[in-house]
Design a protein around this ligand. Structure first.
Ligand SMILES: Nc1ncnc2c1ncn2[C@@H]1O[C@H](COP(=O)(O)OP(=O)(O)OP(=O)(O)O)[C@@H](O)[C@H]1O
Ligand SMILES: [Mg+2]
Length: 361
């Protein structure tokens, strides 16, 4: 077993009455692209600052490469942080901004020049070294900040909302850039974001935070397909939560009575005890909408109440007899409009036994 590059060993950080980080135990392996995902104020920035050395934990330890750095000052830790606002020096050229850390370390001029050139190439800003930040676009400024953080070759790079200032298109493009750069330099990236799609597309692993705690860690797929509780199911993507009570268990096949819909739902690959109160988390794209009654055992009838046309897919909101609304996403495989559903149309919703997961809290 190799040491994880980062280890938060039961770290808590209080600011007066506020528990910003609450007993976090987290290990991150060398070379990972790890995303901390959570809503505003859940403690993401504080967790990064604890790792960078700008905050001291109230209790617990921070280890980097197996070494306890809890008492090591920020400038002596092998990490670099790119702040939520890029904090570029406005009066300095791009080159000088990028060179800043190396100059402070007193490196020879020639080496600084070589490394600045290399860093600018890495972020595709070759030739723009002479400009000032206010002569750049938002995306270019973001890349200057990235170059400045990378140039010191930290073991771990911390990025706090690196793409928040960019518009949607540029953000998507820059996501791929970040992945390419991480792959090229091979260092561990920890990125903070409140945007779940960004976390899913960037990261090899995600930690979902809520109120100072990490509530689940896993690959994007694990987080999406196997949420461990209602919060994660609801926070990541859209979900239908069907509250019910377990009425039968046969191995890993569980029958859930969903009283509000007046149906029994069969869930495979589940584990629960009879009488447990829980919910089925069912993603909209796992539901099939049809006009004829399907043969699938999990089905419910309803009336189309809303259709959202998104181009690649349609969101269909269907009101069931109980008044509950379920949401389904249907891919638009044909251009033919006559195949689409209409408002107030009577339809069936169905899904397979393996397409939902039970969540218990
Ligand atoms: N220096 C401080 N003094 C007092 N409270 C603080 C301090 N820094 C952070 N907090 C509080 O700790 C909690 C977590 O803050 P943090 O900045 O880590 O959240 P965040 O997840 O980064 O949020 P955002 O997505 O809005 O940036 C918040 O309630 C915040 O008000
Ligand atoms: Mg923050």
């Amino acid at each position: 077993m190799t040491e994880p590059v980062v280890h938060f060993d039961r770290v808590t950080k209080r600011f007066g009455d506020v528990v910003a980080v609450d007993d976090v135990d987290l290990e991150i392996e060398e070379g990972e692209f790890f995303a901390l995902l959570g809503g505003s104020g859940c403690g993401k920035t504080t967790l990064l600052r604890l790792l960078a050395g700008f905050e001291r934990p109230t209790s617990g330890r921070v280890l980097i490469g197996g070494e306890d750095v809890t008492d090591v000052p920020a400038h002596r830790r092998p990490v670099n942080m790119m702040f939520q606002s890029y904090a570029l020096f406005p009066h300095m050229s791009v080159e000088k901004n990028v060179a800043f850390g190396l100059k402070q370390d007193g490196l020879p001029k020639a080496e600084i020049a070589t490394r600045v050139e290399e860093a600018l190439r890495l972020v595709e800003l070759t030739g723009l070294g002479g400009r000032r930040p206010d002569q750049l676009s938002g995306g270019q400024r973001q890349r200057v900040a990235l170059a400045r953080a990378l140039i010191k070759r930290p073991r771990v790079l911390l990025l706090d909302e690196p793409l928040a200032a960019l518009d949607k298109r540029l953000r998507e493009q820059t996501q791929f850039e970040l992945m390419r750069i991480q792959d090229e330099v091979g260092i561990t990236f920890i990125v903070v974001t409140h945007d779940q799609e960004e976390a899913m597309s960037l990261a090899t692993r995600i930690g979902v935070m809520r109120a100072g705690r990490i509530v689940q860690t896993g690959t994007p797929r694990e987080i999406y397909e196997t949420p461990q509780n209602r919060f994660v199911a609801d926070f990541i993507g859209s979900v239908n939560l069907l509250d019910g009570r377990v009425v039968a268990v046969d191995g890993t096949r569980v029958t859930l009575a969903v009283d509000r819909l007046g149906i029994n739902v069969i869930v495979d690959e589940a584990s629960a005890e009879v009488d447990t109160v829980c919910a089925l988390a069912l993603r909209p794209e796992k539901i099939v909408v049809s006009i004829d009654e399907p043969t699938a055992p999990n089905r419910v009838e309803g009336i189309v109440k809303e259709i959202g046309y998104l181009g690649a897919s349609c969101i269909v909101r269907v009101r069931t007899g109980s008044g509950d609304v379920l949401q389904a996403v249907q891919p638009n495989r044909q251009r033919d409009l006559s195949l689409a559903f209409e408002w107030d149309q009577r339809v069936w919703l169905s899904w397979s036994e393996a397409s939902g997961v039970l969540v218990f809290e």
